[in-house]
Design a protein around this ligand. Structure first.
Ligand code: SAH
Length: 325
């Protein structure tokens, strides 16, 4: 039994059945605070870890948007859940070459990952939550952040809970599942309010669906494969597909503008991933095959190109970032 499972069983015995939301929150808090889960030797690999082009294009996209918004020189770079800091380092290279050298603010709860981020991006400032970010125009990136925030699940209108049954953890009910994510709605709403108040744009990239609808999307990943959700609490990554209709609604209700949702592959192609890959190949001919395979992985509809999607939210006073129309 994992240390977290022991603690969760104690909690269920003392307090009764635990909501899926509380279970997911507890598992991920433990999981991220005890390891760096990214990369071949970890549990999963994200887009910025596959190719530097991902972060570079995200950075160039924000820098272009910032320039078209009049180039306010107090704009800051913000990343939500920056992982190893790889995306930020790549994005900031592109942003600096567009003659903005922004302050860097990371929203990150994991001490282990903060350490990796400090090595990748010297001089960053960390925050436990969005609330404590400074008041300034924001250039925000969140890749595979929203999927880690907890979801509530309902079956027949009743909230689904985790119980102890037959000596193990089990769900208390099945049937058609409907998911909501108050934590996600709140994060989007907080960012959107900042954008409306001070200007700026946010790029949100994740896997998920364009329309709200029923379905159990809670999944667990360990060592690059799917595993049962209730197994090994705290030792595997729990995520749920992002309901992008709910994301857009939360952003609009806070007064922000929302772009159309586009598949990751199409978005990166519109931002010029092919040209960027050609330039990289020219500079590193020995890496030709590796660069081509990374671009294929990011863009191909059978790989990450279609399942992953991008949307931007921005202040009504700023133009929409590129690649979405
Ligand atoms: N964006 C990175 C990492 C994705 S993994 C990449 O693309 O590689 C999810 C990230 O979100 C990790 O950095 C994790 O520590 C962070 N995270 C998860 N839940 C969080 C929370 N509630 N608040 C802040 N950060 C969180």
């Amino acid at each position: 039994m994992t240390p977290l499972e022991r603690a969760l069983r104690g909690r269920i015995l003392a307090e009764g059945p635990m909501t899926v939301e509380a279970f997911m929150a507890a598992c991920n808090a433990y999981y991220y605070s005890t390891r760096d889960p990214l990369g071949a030797s970890g549990d999963f690999t994200t887009a910025p870890e596959i190719s530097q082009t991902f972060g570079e294009l995200a950075g160039a996209c924000l820098a272009d948007c910032w320039a078209r918004a009049g180039g306010p020189n107090d704009a800051i770079y913000v990343e939500l859940g920056p992982g190893r800091g790889t995306l930020a380092a790549d994005a900031l290279r592109a942003i600096r070459s567009a003659s903005l050298d922004p302050q860097v603010h990371f929203v990150e709860t994991s001490a282990v990952l903060r350490e990796a981020q400090a090595k990748a991006v010297p001089g960053a400032t960390w925050h436990d939550d969005i609330e404590s970010l400074p008041e300034a125009p924001l250039l925000v990136v969140a890749n595979e952040f929203l999927d880690a925030l907890p979801v509530r699940q309902f079956a027949g209108g009743i909230e689904r809970k985790v119980v102890i049954a037959a000596g193990g953890l089990a769900f208390d009910r099945g049937g058609e599942i409907v998911e909501t994510s108050p934590a996600r709605d709140e994060a989007v709403s907080q960012i959107a309010k900042r954008l409306v108040a001070n200007g700026g744009a946010a790029l949100l990239v994740d896997y998920g669906h364009p329309k709200s609808g029923p379905g159990d999307t809670l999944q667990a990943v360990r060592a690059h494969g799917f595993v049962p959700v209730l197994d090994h609490p705290g030792e595997q990554d729990l995520t749920a597909h992002v309901d992008f209709e709910a994301v857009a609604k939360a952003a609009r209700e806070a007064g922000a503008s929302v772009t159309p949702l586009v598949p990751q592959g199409r978005w990166l192609e519109r931002l010029g991933i092919s040209a960027r890959a050609r330039a990289l190949t020219k500079a590193h001919p020995d890496r030709t095959a590796e660069i081509a395979s990374a671009v294929h992985r990011l863009c191909d509809p059978d790989q990450m190109g279609e399942l992953f999607k991008a949307v931007a939210i921005h202040s009504p006073g700023w133009p929409a970032p590129g690649g979405f129309e």
